[in-house]
Design a protein around this ligand. Structure first.
Ligand code: NAP
Ligand code: ZN
Length: 351
């Protein structure tokens, strides 16, 4: 397979800082599109993966899966993209395309395993995929997204993972008028969840461990914000919520939140703490409640989410950094010191 060398940022070990490295991208196959990367968001999953929190990281790793860029080349059979237009790549860059899940636009559950945009075995090259902390990306047009109009393009990059990860369960569990939706954790995912749930018409109540975010949650659109360490405030919400989207990245007590649900309600995990969570049987048995989960969304739903966010003028609140500042950004993300998403200006990689 013909390849070309490009610049990227990655690391060979979990305790080694990210640094400039060279990687190979394949030359275009007939259905491939090449994207020059303009912006790439930093998701907590990038940090978990670099630190090998979930095991299974293959080094060297190049993270990045909230990728926005400009089409620079298209293969001979490409019909959906033209050179010069803006486009995007999220978490999925390949799947079998023919199992029942792929046929139902649920590629994230593909029977033959999805190829993720980074740290994933790549069936085409035979190696591992390298993510968006790089100059360019090549993938089949089927997994590439069209970018609708956004006033602030870098602030739209986080929608490619944070946006779809919360949009999909909010839609599935029918956030809308008459529903009280809880958002647990106001980080990259949580702050976008507030905006999307409000745009869907739900009443949004936020639960945060950070006192400074209580006020800010209202600015972001939440109807109410609760400091989750305050037992008195928490009691007010006992058995009040229809469902809760849980974006917390570390071990925490889910029973506290299961007990805030009305009957038949669900706490939907999207956060991926490395350690198992403990469930008290009484938390789910009483009220016929459930603990469930959701994993990003399929390609068609990701496009639908981008169009929804463009229509409703929803983007992330971002701090834009240079590629060379990524290690500092990872340290701050680990300390929960970001409002609310870092986005890398990828043109800085050329410096
Ligand atoms: P993030 O920006 O770091 O936000 C996580 C939030 O969780 C923090 O802002 C904080 O909110 C809260 N938190 C952190 N540590 C906590 C603790 N010890 N106890 C209680 N609350 C704590 O991360 P993110 O990028 O939004 O990602 C969140 C999680 O979702 C990660 O585990 C990530 O891997 C996962 N993820 C899953 C999917 C999926 O498809 N399922 C997709 C993307 C990401 P407060 O300050 O408000 O308390
Ligand atoms: Zn992510």
């Amino acid at each position: 397979m013909e390849t070309k060398n490009i610049k990227a940022y990655g690391t060979e070990a979990k305790d080694k800082p990210l640094h400039s490295i060279n990687i190979k991208r394949r030359e275009l196959l007939p259905h491939d599109v090449e994207l020059e990367i303009l912006y790439c968001g930093i998701c907590h999953s990038d940090l978990h993966s670099v630190k090998n929190d979930w095991s299974g990281t293959t080094y060297p790793i190049v993270p990045g899966h909230e990728i926005v860029g400009r089409v620079t080349k298209v293969g001979g059979h490409v019909t959906k993209f033209k050179v010069g237009e803006l486009a995007a790549i999220g978490c999925i860059v390949d799947s079998c395309g023919k199992c029942e899940y792929c046929e139902d636009d649920l590629e994230q559950f593909c029977d033959e395993d999805v190829t993720w945009s980074f740290n994933s075995p790549d069936k085409i090259s035979g190696g591992m995929t390298f993510g968006g902390f790089s100059e360019s990306y090549v993938c089949d047009e089927r997994y590439m997204l069209h970018m609708p109009e956004f006033e602030n393009l870098p602030a739209a990059a986080p929608l490619l993972c944070a946006g779809i990860t919360v949009y999909s369960p909010l839609k599935h569990w029918q956030a809308g008028p008459g529903k009280k939706v809880g958002v647990l954790g106001i980080g990259g995912l949580g702050h976008v969840a507030i905006k999307i749930a409000k745009a869907m018409g739900a009443e949004v109540i936020v639960f945060t461990t950070s006192p400074l975010k209580v006020e800010d949650a209202k600015r972001l659109g939440a109807d109410e914000a609760v400091l989750s360490t305050n037992k008195e405030q928490m009691k007010k919400y006992s058995r009040k919520l229809h469902f809760i989207i849980d974006t917390v990245s570390a071990k925490h007590d889910v029973n506290t939140y299961l007990n805030l649900l009305r009957h038949d309600g669900s706490v939907v995990l999207v956060g991926l703490p490395p350690e198992p969570l403990e469930v008290d049987a009484f938390s789910v048995v009483s009220g016929r409640r459930s603990l469930s989960g959701s994993n990003i969304g399929g390609i068609a739903e990701t496009q639908e989410m981008l169009d929804f966010c463009s229509t409703h003028n929803i983007t992330a609140e971002v701090e834009i950094i240079k590629m060379q500042e990524v290690n500092k950004a990872f340290e701050r993300l680990e300390k929960n010191d970001v409002k609310y998403r870092f986005v890398i200006d990828m043109t800085s990689l050329k410096n």
